[in-house]
Design a protein around this ligand. Structure first.
Ligand code: CTP
Ligand code: MG
Length: 219
C-alpha cells in the first residue's frame, strides 16, 4: 500500500469528488462515518483519499450535520433519504466545468490512492463509468441454498468515476440504486471495470473498525 500523495491531478480536466456521508448507519447502530478510527473520524480518511486525485471535494451530510465545520472540503451539502438522493445533492454542488466526477462512500476509509487514480484514468481514457470490482472469495448460494457460480460475480466498490455529463444525465430522471455505475451502464453508457482493492472494506458493523484500523496501521 502506498502513501497518499497530496498533489491533485496533473490533467487539465477538472476532477471533482462527491463523498456521500448522509446515511444513518442502521446496521452499525449509528452514524458510522463519524466513528473514531486511528485517532480521526472514518470520513476524514475518505475525504483525504478523494482529495489525492480531485481538484475539489463535495461532502454530503445528513441534515443534523449541516452546520458542522468541515475544513477539508470545498462544499458541504445536505443529502436525502436514499443514497441516490444524496449523490444528486452532491452532484448539484459540483461546478459545471468538472469533466470527471467521482462518487465515494464516506464509509470506505481505506480505499487507497491507487484505486482513485485508476478510476480517474479510465474515465479520461473514454469510459462513461469506471467501477472497481474484486472477485467474490466465498462460495455463494441463493436464499434457498442453491449454489451460484461465484466466478460469474464481482463485488462492487467505490470510488466510482464518471464522465460528468453521463452522471448528470442518468441522475436527471431521479433513479434509485445502491451504486451509480449500474445506472450509467443500464442507460447504455460505456462501463469499464477496474481492479478494486481487496482491503477496501465498507464499514458496516462496529467490528469493521478493528479491521480498518489494522489495515491503516500497515501503511
Ligand atoms: N449514504 C448517504 N445518504 C443516504 C444513505 C447512505 O449519503 N441516504 C451514504 C452513507 O453515509 C455511506 C454510503 O452512502 O457513506 C454507503 O451507504 P451504507 O453503507 O448503506 O450506509 P448507511 O446507509 O448509513 O448504513 P445502513 O444501510 O446500515 O443504514
Ligand atoms: Mg444504507
Amino acid at each position: 500500500m502506498s502513501a497518499v500523495p497530496t498533489t491533485t491531478t496533473p490533467d487539465a480536466a477538472p476532477v471533482w469528488a462527491v463523498v456521500v456521508a448522509a446515511g444513518s448507519g442502521q446496521r452499525f447502530g449509528g452514524a458510522k462515518q463519524y466513528a473514531p478510527l486511528a485517532g480521526r473520524r472514518v470520513v476524514d480518511f475518505s475525504i483525504d483519499a478523494a482529495r489525492s486525485v480531485a481538484d475539489g471535494v463535495v461532502l454530503v451530510v445528513a441534515a443534523e450535520a449541516a452546520d458542522d465545520v468541515e475544513p477539508a472540503v470545498d462544499a458541504v451539502v445536505v443529502g436525502g433519504a436514499t443514497r441516490s438522493e444524496s449523490v444528486r445533492a452532491g452532484l448539484a454542488a459540483v461546478p459545471d466545468d468538472a469533466v470527471v466526477v467521482l462518487v465515494h462512500d464516506a464509509a470506505r476509509p481505506v480505499a487507497g490512492h491507487g484505486v482513485f487514480r485508476s478510476v480517474v484514468d479510465a474515465v479520461l481514457a473514454g469510459a462513461d463509468a469506471a467501477v472497481p470490482v474484486v472477485p467474490v472469495v466465498d462460495s455463494v448460494c441463493d436464499p434457498h441454498g442453491l449454489p451460484v457460480d461465484r466466478d460469474q460475480l464481482r463485488s462492487v466498490q467505490t470510488p466510482q468515476g464518471f464522465a460528468a455529463d453521463a452522471l448528470r444525465r442518468v441522475h436527471s430522471s431521479r433513479p434509485e440504486a445502491t451504486d451509480d455505475a449500474s445506472l450509467v451502464a443500464a442507460a447504455g453508457g460505456r462501463l469499464r471495470l477496474v481492479q478494486g482493492e481487496r482491503w477496501n472494506l465498507k464499514i458496516t458493523a462496529p467490528d469493521d473498525l478493528c479491521v480498518a484500523e489494522a489495515i491503516l496501521e500497515q501503511r
